[in-house]
Design a protein. Structure first.
Length: 78
């Protein structure tokens, strides 16, 4: 029994190494579906980037216009 388990263990180790080597899959690239999936993910990120930039610009305008308005109200330019 011990010999059989040692033999099976050594066969699984060598088979795992052989399967991990790839065996001729170097010429494969991404499939068309994988390319569309990656492109869709990139489009989602880009379409979320535009509103984020618009929100940032609006916040910066609000911060700087509030400080200008406060300076005019207190007479800061005298």
């Amino acid at each position: 029994m011990r010999t059989i388990s040692a033999t099976l263990l050594s066969l699984m180790i060598t088979a795992g190494t052989a399967l991990a080597a790839g065996g001729g899959a170097e010429g494969e690239g991404l499939s068309l579906l994988a390319t569309f999936f990656i492109a869709f993910g990139i489009l989602i990120v880009l379409f979320q980037f535009v509103p984020g930039i618009m929100l940032l610009v609006g916040m910066l305008k609000g911060v700087f216009s509030a400080s200008e308005k406060k300076a005019h109200e207190t007479g800061g330019d005298k």
